[in-house]
Design a protein around this ligand. Structure first.
Ligand code: ZN
Length: 249
């Protein structure tokens, strides 16, 4: 991933709505790749679990939707929106041509790899927005932790404690930098200004929203900035974050 990405934010909120709706009702990941999940929850990765969740949810949802409402997709203009999205990311896809026994669902299924690529691109745009929303991240990480719990016997020994929770690992500098900037250099709980500590941060300044002890993951989406006092007093029995934000001015 290069540092500068071009985002048009066109149509992305509709997809975010879909993801949020799912996070509100689901209790674990669905139709996911277990091996990918295990590797991405045990060690910090730039392709986060939220990226994967986004792609899988879109694929599943549209798979169902295209099948259910093929006629609707054949209406004029609706497929144009899809062509536009593909265009935006320079993904070439043959246009749908209605003919006997060939419906929009077949077009979707035949080019599922292109849709997967499209959703991967869109997931970066969605991530840019959702990574700022700690309440959403808390809900999302609860789903992650339920999935970690379900899968815990599948993890290689090097990743897992005797209890079945994920082992603590060093938080990479790129995660610390991103979390520091997102949380504006302040403790998310008490708003203490931590900017003077930037070179002397300890591990106690970076907190797992869902604690590892409660089957939380080593994923960038599960980290928040705290002062050491709040970190130490935060209960390990209850995942928590704050939905208070330091304003832009
Ligand atoms: Zn604090």
């Amino acid at each position: 991933m290069s540092e500068l990405q071009k985002y048009s934010f066109d149509g992305i909120y509709g997809l975010i709505d879909l993801i949020e709706g799912n996070v509100n009702i689901e209790t674990s990941f669905w139709n996911y790749d277990e091996k990918y999940f295990i590797e991405h929850s045990a060690k910090f990765n730039k392709e986060t679990l939220l990226h994967q969740y986004f792609v899988v949810t879109c694929l599943n949802d549209y798979w169902r939707d295209f099948r259910k409402s093929t006629d609707w997709y054949e209406e004029e203009g609706i497929l144009d929106d899809w062509y536009e999205k593909f265009n935006q990311y320079n993904i070439s896809i043959p246009k749908y041509k209605p003919r006997k026994n060939y419906d929009a669902y077949k077009w979707f299924s035949r080019h599922i790899d292109k849709f997967e690529l499209l959703f991967e691109n869109l997931s970066n745009e969605a991530f840019y927005i959702l990574f700022n929303n700690r309440d959403f991240l808390l809900k999302f990480n609860k789903i992650v932790s339920d999935t970690v719990y379900d899968l815990s016997s599948e993890y290689p020994e090097k990743f897992i404690t005797k209890k079945g929770t994920i082992k603590r690992t060093n938080i990479p500098v790129w995660v610390k930098k991103a979390v520091f900037h997102r949380d504006k250099g302040r403790c998310v709980f008490c708003n203490t200004d931590l900017t003077n500590l930037i070179n002397t941060f300890t591990k106690n300044n970076f907190d797992h929203i869902v604690p590892l002890d409660l089957y939380g993951a080593n994923d960038p989406c599960n980290i928040q900035l705290t002062c050491e006092r709040c970190n130490k007093t935060k209960s390990n029995s209850e995942p928590s974050t704050s939905s208070k934000y330091y304003s832009w001015w």
